[in-house]
Design a protein around this ligand. Structure first.
Ligand SMILES: O=C(O)[C@H](O)COP(=O)(O)O
Ligand SMILES: [Mn+2]
Ligand SMILES: [Mn+2]
Length: 558
């Protein structure tokens, strides 16, 4: 689109009116799958979502939420919140971080860029530290990318490398940390043969160490800081393999929550604290769970915890994590440029917008929805409300989470008459699904369904419209399956799936404000999350920009 003919003004929809109050509800981690004992959505009492489904095919359908439909490298890539909310909000499919890093590594461009050249200046006299999630989940990071980065750095003169690993068990099976550490150790051994002093220096489970998000619990980041930067942790081991094996042998141990550990030398000294003159790369491409560490590594003024030491380092992220905050200043790969999101268009066309979730998903309906951009487009027309999440617990302990509070806030916003769009994320199915606790996930799904009911009731009262959808699957399938779809066994036990899935997600439209002739088209069978933005714009009475993925709805005469 040439800049001269660009306009924020959206054309009027030829048939649909403006001024309706629209609730856009995203159920996090709520896919559609066969009914069976591992489908928590099926087991749970979900009368509201069940009744919406009865509206098929005109008012309920499925949309794709994984793989290429959301800009991921392959059809084997499960969906996730970042790419899902990006697609929902942006109305177009952008090659996402995972894909952009793949391309930059494949072409070798990553090593010619400003970010790599910046950290390279420390290779002669300093240590290169790589910090991130050790996993092949493809949600936040990928091990094969770390391997290529290590190879590239060694070919470009790095002398000393230290890895600070975070074990996963959330986007991949619990217990897989051991094999990932083995793979990495093998690679590091080969580097050592080539004369590079390369070792794992510290580690810990992702949910316990470093990877908090949206400032829910800074103590998580502090535990990581102590191990990675200061070289201090409650557990000390001679090798990372010994560390994960020993820590996993503890009762109820789990990759997501392993305690922080450091690797020490013969004399008990940590092998890899981060010191002045070193270079650091955080190798996660996804932003939400790296932003807090990025701030700690980069901000001169920082009061979230006592850093004790603030080393003078050359720091680069795998990607830029926040385009608005320009965080971090240096990065290896440029993020997708997600501009002209539906949120920005709608606000610029006068749509008063309210967005709400609890902390753990707050950025999903704001930051991710708005193309990885923090803050308001227009403070006068928008209000974003964050309900504080519980911290220091695993969400199977309180599976209802803040569903009621979110629904009540949405309800108030709907009834206030102050907003045209009320957008919420209900985290339950996802956050509890990630714990692998089936019973708790059933409770979570029921809670999310009740919250939807509260919101739809409010929409009913004001004569509004609802759009209920999800960002990717999770709670609908809690077991690892073999190629034929049968639950996979390990030592006679089924393997619980804590991760997202490849399943499609539902979308339902309705409410008293929905014009009588509005229905889902049947000529967009492969529709995905990116088609939702144009759909919502139509329901607000606007045509979507011409480069947006097409709308899912049509208006027939009734
Ligand atoms: O960060 C997480 O919690 C998981 O890796 C992915 O979950 P999300 O994409 O739903 O946030
Ligand atoms: Mn999600
Ligand atoms: Mn999730």
């Amino acid at each position: 689109m040439g800049s001269s003919d660009f306009s924020w003004k959206l054309p009027d929809h030829p048939k649909l009116p403006k001024g309706k109050t629209i609730a856009v509800v995203v159920l996090d981690g709520w896919g559609e799958a066969n009914a069976n004992e591992y489908n928590c959505i099926h087991i749970a009492e979900t009368p509201t979502m069940d009744s919406l489904k009865k509206g098929a095919p005109e008012h309920w359908r499925l949309v794709r939420a994984h793989g290429k439909a959301v800009g991921l490298p392959t059809e084997d890539d499960m969906g996730n919140s970042e790419v899902g909310h990006n697609a929902l909000g942006a109305g177009r499919i952008f090659a996402q971080g995972a894909k952009l890093v793949d391309l930059a590594l494949e072409s070798g461009k990553i090593f010619d860029g400003e970010g790599f050249n910046y950290i390279k200046e420390s290779f002669e006299t300093g240590t290169l530290h790589l910090i991130g999630l050790l996993s092949d989940g493809g949600v936040h990071s990928r091990l094969d990318q770390v391997q290529l980065l290590l190879k590239g750095a060694s070919e470009r003169g790095v002398k000393r490398v230290r890895l600070h690993i975070l074990t996963d068990g959330r986007d991949v099976l619990d217990g897989s940390s051991v094999a990932f550490v083995e793979t990495l150790e093998n690679d590091l051994a080969k580097l050592r043969e080539k004369g590079v002093d390369a070792q794992i220096a510290s580690g810990g489970g992702r949910m316990n160490v470093t990877m908090d998000r949206y400032e829910n619990d800074w103590s998580v980041v502090k535990r990581g800081w102590d191990a990675q930067v200061l070289g201090e942790a409650p557990y000390k081991f001679k090798s990372a393999l010994e560390a994960v094996k020993t820590l996993r042998a503890e009762p109820k141990a789990n990759d997501q929550y392993l305690p922080p550990f450091v690797i020490v030398d013969e004399s008990g000294k940590s092998v890899g604290p981060i010191v002045d003159g070193d270079a650091v790369v955080t190798f996660n491409f996804r932003a939400d769970r790296m932003t807090m560490l990025a701030k700690a590594l980069e901000y001169e003024n920082f009061d979230k915890f006592d850093r004790v030491r603030f080393p003078k380092i050359r720091y680069a992220g795998m990607l830029e994590y926040d385009g608005e905050l320009k965080l971090p200043r240096k990065y290896l790969v440029s993020p997708p440029e997600i501009e002209r999101t539906s949120g920005e268009y709608l606000v610029k066309n006068g749509v008063r917008t309210f967005a709400c979730s609890e902390t753990v998903k707050f950025g999903h309906v704001t930051f991710f929805w708005n193309g990885n951009r923090s803050g308001y487009f227009d403070e006068k027309l928008e209000e974003y409300v964050e309900i504080p999440s519980d911290s220091g617990i695993t969400f199977n302990e309180k599976p209802i989470m803040k569903a009621v509070e979110i629904a009540e806030k949405a309800r108030e916003a709907i009834l206030s008459g102050k907003f045209d769009q009320i957008r919420v994320n209900l985290p339950n199915g996802d956050m509890v699904g990630h714990t692998g606790d089936i019973e708790a996930t059933v409770v979570a799904c029921k809670a999310a369904d009740k919250a939807v009911k509260l919101i739809l009731d409010a929409i009913e009262q004001v004569g509004g419209i609802y759009v209920v959808t999800a960002d990717h699957g999770n709670a609908e399938d809690m077991v690892k399956r073999d190629k034929s779809g049968k639950p996979q066994l390990k030592d006679g036990q089924v393997q619980i799936l804590t991760s997202h899935t490849l399943e499609p997600v539902p979308i339902a439209i309705g409410g008293p404000g929905l014009a009588p002739g509005v229905r889902f088209r049947n000529d967009v069978p492969t529709g995905g999350l990116a088609n939702v933005a144009a759909t919502v714009m139509n329901l607000h009475g606007f045509e979507a920009p011409s480069d947006y993925e097409t709308t899912l709805i049509e208006v027939v005469d009734k």
